[in-house]
Design a binder for this molecule. Structure first.
Ligand SMILES: Nc1ncnc2c1ncn2[C@@H]1O[C@H](COP(=O)(O)OP(=O)(O)OP(=O)(O)O)[C@@H](O)[C@H]1O
Ligand SMILES: CC(C)(CO)[C@@H](O)C(=O)NCCC(=O)O
Length: 239
């Protein structure tokens, strides 16, 4: 069994993969060694593969090395898997590369837009020739809410996940903030999708990331497919 990690800026995810199948998915609350030891109990691990966009503590890396052969994916590892484009792949996050690889494998010879709703929202445009053509990085939903709270004296932290309102503008501070977080993100996504589709009409659009389900129900776009395992599918391509 191969143990895969995806360390993002908010959530540390893991997947146990046997052959090409995901056997178990979970999240690590922290880099605490007791937690990872508990997860590994009674599991036979042949290899560990890590994708990370954050620093990993040395003692955690050292511990992983005691479990099995460890591969921490480096940014240049995956570049040969993409067709040539004018994109500077050396600047592209490893998580975005894996999402792209997963999408190319799942939807070969198609133009694809992956919208990943994580700490940041990333838009990732891949051509039907398997080239990473470009993208956009914008603030994620939690970051929008937290940013407005932390960079002001008077704005509260809005509980945007639980908030309910039927209007498109607010009648009090919390409603104003909700629309600045959720409605603004929806309008942003709808706007970018419209622009991408204008440029590339034949486009498959995939949604993933921690806020994908939440935002999907609110978008006025019919053609979106939620693909939560895209990064793991990309990782399988590196085995
Ligand atoms: N259990 C959870 N804990 C924290 N955030 C959650 C949880 N479930 C959903 N979320 C939402 O998911 C978002 C994080 O999504 P995701 O895991 O895709 O990001 P990430 O991979 O950590 O970040 P990135 O890859 O952008 O650095 C948070 O901003 C939050 O709104
Ligand atoms: C954009 C994030 C934070 C999304 O997880 C990550 O992919 C990252 O840190 N990327 C590096 C810069 C880039 O992808 O252009």
């Amino acid at each position: 069994m191969i143990l895969c990690f995806d360390f993002g800026n908010t959530i540390k995810k893991y997947a146990f993969i046997e052959g090409q199948e995901i056997v178990l998915l979970g999240q690590l609350p922290s880099f605490n060694l007791d937690e990872i030891s508990e997860i590994l109990r009674n599991k036979l691990i042949s290899k560990i593969i890590v994708s990370s966009v954050i620093d990993i503590p040395d003692e955690f890396v050292a511990f992983l090395r005691t479990i099995g052969s460890l591969q921490i994916l480096s940014n240049s590892d995956l570049n040969p898997k993409f067709s040539r484009s004018d994109y500077n792949l050396s600047t592209l996050g490893i998580d975005r590369k894996l999402l792209a690889l997963g999408a190319i494998h799942t939807y070969p010879n198609q133009n694809i837009l992956i919208i990943s709703l994580g700490t940041c929202i990333t838009y990732n445009f891949i051509s039907n020739e398997g080239a990473f053509e470009g993208g956009i990085i914008s603030p994620g939903l939690a970051m929008r809410a937290k940013g407005m709270h932390e960079f002001t004296d008077q704005l509260p932290l809005v509980d945007w996940q639980k908030f309910k309102t039927d209007t498109f503008f607010g009648k009090n501070t919390a409603e104003n903030l909700y629309h600045g977080v959720v409605t603004a993100a929806c309008l942003e996504i709808e706007g970018f999708v419209q622009k991408f589709k204008f440029q590339t009409p034949n486009l498959r659009i995939l949604l993933c990331g921690g806020d994908a389900e939440f935002i999907h129900s609110k978008l006025k776009l019919g053609e979106l497919v939620i693909e939560q395992n895209l990064l793991w599918k990309g990782m399988v391509q590196t085995f």
